[in-house]
Design a protein around this ligand. Sequence first.
Ligand code: ACM
Length: 635
Amino acid sequence: MCHFRLETRFNAAATREDTGLEMTLHNLSDRPLAGARLGFSAQTRIADDAVLRGADLSLRTASYHEFAMPEGMSVPPGGIWHFGFTGVALHIPKHRCDGPKSAVLHLNGQALPVSVGDLARDGETGTGARKTLPDAPPDLPLFLQPWPAEAAIAAWGPTTHLAPADDTDPDDRAALANVAALHGRLFPDHTNPLRLDTAATRIRFTRTDRIEPEAFSLDFDGAEVTLGFADTAGRLHGLIALAQIAHAAFAAPDLFRFPVAGHIADAPRFGYRAAHLDVSRHFWTVDQVRRLLDCMAWARMNRFQWHLTDDEGWRIEIDAYPELTDIGAVRGPGCALVGQLGHIDRPYAGHYTKDQIRAVVAHAAGLGIEVIPEIDIPGHATAVLAALPHLADPDEPADSYRSVQGFPNNALNPGIPETYKFIETVMAEVADLFPARWIHVGADEVPDGAWLRSPRVQVLMQREGLQGTAQIQSHFLRRVQRILRGLGRELAGWDEVAHGGGVDQSGTLLIAWQKPELVRGLTELGYQVVASPGQAYYLDMVQADGWEEPGASWAGTVTPERCYAFDPEGGLAEAERGALAGVQACIWCEHILTPEVFNHMVFPRLYAVAEAGWTPQPARDWQRFAALTRYMPQL
Ligand code: ACM
């Protein structure tokens, strides 16, 4: 049992300066409490000029805050230590999870756990709007998500298992067994609709070059279905489509049926249909990552951007630099990295070994998903710099700039030769693990003004005639691009790659996240672009305005309907359509610390993005999507 409990109250002020948080630490132990320091991690950060009452601020790094009890204070068993402050940096609380996420009590050299309540709010009444989905039943008994480009079903038959026709070749049988295994992992509590034998309906596999790559057709004729396809991906998608139709007919026979006459012709709207997962802020196990890949495959998504590094932790084994995971993958009491977000009462660690990564990449490949590793540089590098302090300019003043998340001096230094040696070494090992064409190098959120007080960068600026942070970043990224090309890879990054002159556009892929309008500007510059606007496709955003709803809100409220309704080509003129490579859902994990919250936040919005990536815009329908999506798998 936890002997301490932290409750927090927000004064509901409307400005950052007036925003006040009142903290109450309840001593539930049987001893008086004195001489302690309370640490907590909260997205609502105390500002530099905040006014403090009842405690002294002893440390603050990004979301981590530590307060010391006043001299001479002693809190008896059952008593409270009350303190507060007025004035926050950046975020005024909008939701219950904007307060402390986790806390720790430092007492007599020990780190003691503290349980944490939701952020309460003065004058609160009720919960406010919650995430909702319409619950009308579907109009048609056909289950497919994403919805197909073309479906004309003339007759429905009995619920049926499916098996390959007797003369099916071994390769097609193996493909069917692969999808049967996928169904078995996703829905172990349901009958598996796919079998290798003993089934009423037979699948006839027909390879044809009259079909585009990734596309497939299904022709239903009594107890036989003909699956037409041109390539492995098309066959996989067609088999998953059949498995979906039959699964739903078994799972909800009052709503869904299996066709016995009719035709489906299907092809993706975009070639790039991605999900991203942040494993730095919260570490997800290999099994959880595999399960997400299974869910993605079920929705015909084909790219996974694995966000393996960030300020809060480096999560990929690199042989040349064991410090990256020995030091850079662990945060909390006694560690080089200060605790952040969840679980700050103990060292919080996690990384993937090379063998685990190879297994995940192989698992994904078997599902038609390419894994794109993200090594986030030059910014978001606190974990790297904690592990490898020789990469910092020793003459750069401490705290000479801070990232938007509040990390001081958190970018790799472009003026230090060792920086490039580090990147060459790491990227060579990364390229060895991931066969994908692109390596994603982040490039997001380097704060304006970064590096300008670093003497080594000043030398670089003079030598290269660079002005300002953006031009320095462009110079740095061009070098990184040359390193990647030397490894036979192309550069991918967030939209800030284009800042300050950008990089060579040829082969470069940018994920446009800051706002929808960026898609147009970046395609005009000649980049390949994937739409992932925070305002629609960031799955960590709240899904309703109510105080009780979990999530972040800097990009607004992203209801499932708003996510679904976003047209990724909406900002492009008719002639420009076709310039967009695809779409990506982003799963940032500052707020997503448990599978329960993951499921609440990620579904059904992940499948809304999948459908935007697959289904032609005129064939999309929110009511139908909402009716079907409850039968899709979760983590
Ligand atoms: C990002 O959200 N910083 C790409």
